[in-house]
Write a protein that binds this ligand. Structure first.
Ligand code: FES
Length: 631
């Protein structure tokens, strides 16, 4: 069948596709990233485009508001091309408009980042300069045995391995350097792996990557393996988002769609490669000098990164293909670094408590401390770890994507333009907001949503069940397409020229999300028969941007009612743990042990979690005695 051309405006990017292909698919092929939270099911209404010219067939009109229909918008996922077409992509439908906010200062070189307490710099990958004795007729062991013997005298290790492509280089490299050689060695789990060879004694730099693969965003750090300095940091959306916003939709795509697993594997590798290219350019470094990558992600992300099927993670009894995965070579995955570079991932504890949580727990140092610590990573899943050096319990609850902006009319991730702070006047109901990057508001991120919910309740605009009080005298309360809504910012003051609203449905989704997290915490405490008061420290990780207002998070019943000084926001703990493991063999070893040490509490077994969840669907809770500081 003859292919047809789909031209995307204003990018001027083109895809040549078979007739019958969806505009969403064509956009992906052309390199135009569209929002597609539902993965192309026609239910999220985010992939709106306008057909400027040409023939298309509408599979369904799907979730398009009356207003969007009148403006000629259609859903890209439900629009099939029949001939050559021209498509206009509005700004609001694009995924890659803004850079992901990295949770730390935008500095290129961090001189003083240091490692977590108790760890010294001893990278898992480093260069060793060796001078081998030249073979003779009487001392004639093989080149490889000769190298192993020399390495063994330098390293504390068990077996020494070498990959075939590196072994092929050995004979000439040794002779070119007149038996002086520089060997890049990765040491994991007691074994040494020869990663790279250079003739003579080389002073070329050696770099490593710390990578966090989040369901929503991916972050890459470039690390100097000699000095331990972080040379560059980059983050962006996970390109897998084009196949769905949440892990379940992506698992379905990987398992049920032809070529689906390959789609998702390629999307995350493309994302990481884009960041690798950016971070190398930022630091003026060469990919050939990157010899190690340490990768943390949840179980599904790790599976998809390695091209392993996540199918059985989703199906009862929720078993991953592998909890621990062996290190692989960069070229097996197609990463833009030295092809023989070693790539290691973190072991997961359970299907829904992955290597990112193990990596994060490492950074918290809670397994080295007497203090009972609660570590919570709030994303689409609320994963939590409770314990100290003697015991660690972990659980995961499905919070839904609300705190990452998903399922909220004007929800967005913590990026420039996101409302992160809300103030509402108790008498006039006038609203003041501040945004990340001090830009005009475009939407509202997790910390802004927490703040917003707290303030709406505080001034009486909503009741404890989250219902908008429609009898109040303010033009900000009105009936919208989805029922009652409250206008946070009117269109004339927003970047998108639309009123930024919060609807009763949004509030309902937020209550479910906060209820799930709090119910998870309560269920864990119940399982170990402890009260909230015994928690000495609460460490919070997640995509909230720069901060989370602890007082507000308590007042809506997301977090336990503990003194605010017990709380600390630790940002992206997953990538920090990957960095730490890259720079410290002891830390990497500790991470391996941590996974084994944690007891997993399955919240879907028994009624405790459900009972707790139902009680937590109010602001702050049905049992006010649990929140004595909230009036
Ligand atoms: Fe098209 Fe969700 S409606 S991707």
């Amino acid at each position: 069948m003859d292919k047809v051309t789909v031209l995307f405006f204003p990018d001027n990017l083109v895809a040549n596709v078979e007739p019958g292909t969806s505009v969403l698919r064509a956009a992906t092929l052309a390199g135009v990233e569209l929002k597609s939270n539902c993965g192309g099911d026609g239910t999220c209404g985010r992939c709106l485009v306008k057909v400027k010219d040409g023939n298309v067939r509408l599979k369904s009109t799907g979730a398009v508001s009356q207003k969007a229909k009148q403006a000629g918008m259609v859903l890209a996922c439900q629009t099939m091309v029949e001939g050559n077409v021209v498509i206009d992509v509005p700004k609001d439908s694009r995924l890659d408009e803004h850079q992901v906010l990295l949770d730390e200062k935008e500095v290129l070189v961090e001189q003083d980042e240091g490692l977590a307490e108790g760890y010294a710099i001893k990278p898992v990958c480093r260069k060793v300069k060796l001078s081998l004795t030249e073979p003779t007729l009487t001392e004639n062991v093989s080149d490889w045995n000769r190298l192993q013997a020399a390495l063994r005298s330098e390293l504390d290790c068990g077996e020494i391995h070498i990959a075939l492509p590196v072994l092929r280089e050995l004979a000439e490299t040794l002779r070119a350097g007149d038996w002086d050689v520089t060997v890049t060695v990765a040491q994991l789990n007691g074994c040494a792996e020869v990663v790279h060879l250079e003739p003579g004694h080389s002073d070329r730099k050696s770099f490593g990557l710390a990578v966090d693969i989040g369901t929503t965003t991916v972050v890459v750090y470039l690390i100097d393996l000699d000095s331990g300095l972080t040379l560059g940091k980059k983050g962006t959306y996970n390109k897998q988002a084009r196949y769905g916003d949440d892990v379940i939709t992506r698992m379905i795509h990987a398992s049920d769609k032809k070529g689906g697993l390959q789609d998702l594997h390629k999307a995350v590798i493309d994302t990481i490669n884009q960041l690798i290219d950016e971070v190398l350019e930022q630091s003026q470094a060469s990919g050939d000098d990157v010899h190690m990558a340490m990768v943390a992600g949840n179980s599904t992300m790790t599976h998809l990164f390695l091209g392993l099927t996540p199918k059985y993670i989703r199906l009862e009894p929720y078993i991953p293909l592998a909890a621990e995965t062996p290190p692989v070579r960069a070229e097996e995955l197609g990463l833009n670094i030295n092809p023989t570079a070693f790539v290691a991932t973190f072991a997961s504890v359970a299907s829904y408590v992955g290597g990112d949580i193990v990596s994060g727990t490492l950074v918290t140092n809670m397994a080295q401390s007497d203090e009972i610590t609660l570590f919570i990573d709030i994303g689409t899943n609320g994963e939590m770890v409770l314990g100290n050096r003697d015991w660690l319990m972990t659980a995961a609850c499905s919070a839904g994507p609300a705190f990452e902006g998903g399922g909220i009319t004007f929800g967005m991730r913590a990026m420039k333009g996101a409302i992160e702070y809300v103030e509402i006047d108790a008498d006039t109901y006038e609203v003041k907001v501040s945004t990340i990057g001090k830009m005009k508001p475009m939407g509202i991120c997790g910390s802004g949503l927490i703040d917003c919910l707290a303030k709406l309740r505080e001034v009486g605009l909503i009741d404890r069940a989250g219902k908008i009080q429609t009898d109040l005298d303010t033009p900000r309360i009105r009936q919208g397409d989805d029922g009652w809504e409250f206008v946070l910012v009117f269109g004339e003051e927003t970047e998108c020229n639309k009123d930024i609203i919060i609807t009763e449905n949004d509030i309902k989704n937020l209550l479910r999300a906060k209820g799930a997290v709090y119910a998870g915490i309560r269920s864990m405490l119940k399982a170990v028969q402890l009260d909230e008061e015994v928690i000495e420290k609460v460490l919070i990780a997640g995509g909230f941007g720069n901060f989370i207002n602890i007082r507000d998070a308590i007042s809506i019943g997301l977090l336990p009612d503990l003194p605010p000084e017990k709380y600390r926001f630790i940002g992206n703990s997953s990538v920090k743990g990957a960095r730490l493991s890259l720079l410290s063999q002891d830390a990497y070893h500790e991470a391996q042990e941590l996974g084994k040490k944690m007891t997993y509490l399955e919240l879907s077994v028994g009624n405790d979690f459900m009972d707790e969840f139902m009680s937590a669907l109010f602001i702050p809770h049905t049992d006010m005695t649990l929140f004595p500081s909230v009036t």
